[in-house]
Structures are given as structure tokens and as C-alpha cells.
Write a protein that binds this ligand. Structure first.
Ligand code: FES
Length: 108
């Protein structure tokens, strides 16, 4: 049995500025992760939901990339101002934020 009900992984991979693949870190992923951590703490969710940094999630072009388990819901182009909505809608009420979802990765 898992200790946490949800895990949020935020890609914080950093590549050199001239790398054509780009990276989530240069799109503000550290701030996104900090916002998740603060938002979970302020809602008393710290023991239920865990936000972690991750390496590259192989969705670099649509970063900042975030994935929530166990549902395996992927979010694309996540900005700090989106974080409260993901926490409140998805993690509290169980309704993934459709406008931020990455299309099914298995179909591409
Ligand atoms: S650098 Fe973030 S998904 Fe690849």
C-alpha cells in the first residue's frame, strides 16, 4: 500500500541554453514545483500528496511537464498560476484539469 494517495512529478531537467530540445527548468519548473509544495502544505495535504522533482519526462516541447500518479494524468505547459487549479480540481475533487492535459501519449 502506498504511503501517499497521489504523487506529482514536475520535470526540473536543465539543459544548456543553446540545446534545441529546450528544457522545463528554463520554462520555470522550479517555481512550479515550489508552488505545488506550498499549495499542498497550505491545504493540509502534505501527508497525502507528494510533489517531487523529476528528470526529463520526454515531453520537452510541451513543458513544463507534470504527471500525477496513480492516475497517470499528464499536464503540459504548466505555469505557476495553474498550480492552485490542479490542486483544487484534480487532487482535492478528483477532476483532472482538461485544458492543461497532454493528449494521450500512447496515440502519437
Ligand atoms: S526537459 Fe522536461 S520533459 Fe524533457
Amino acid at each position: 500500500m502506498s504511503r501517499f494517495e497521489h504523487h506529482i512529478f514536475v520535470c526540473t531537467n536543465l539543459r544548456p541554453e543553446d540545446n534545441p530540445k529546450g528544457c522545463c527548468s528554463r520554462k520555470g519548473s522550479e517555481e512550479v514545483l515550489s508552488r505545488f509544495k506550498a499549495g499542498l502544505a497550505s491545504r493540509g495535504l502534505k501527508g497525502k500528496v507528494r510533489a517531487n522533482s523529476s528528470g526529463c519526462l520526454d515531453a520537452c516541447a510541451t513543458g513544463v511537464s507534470v504527471v500525477v500518479y496513480p492516475e497517470a494524468v499528464w499536464y503540459a505547459h504548466v505555469k505557476t498560476e495553474d498550480v492552485d487549479e490542479i490542486i483544487d480540481e484534480h487532487l482535492v475533487h478528483g477532476r483532472p484539469v482538461e485544458r492543461l492535459r497532454l493528449p494521450d501519449r500512447t496515440s502519437s
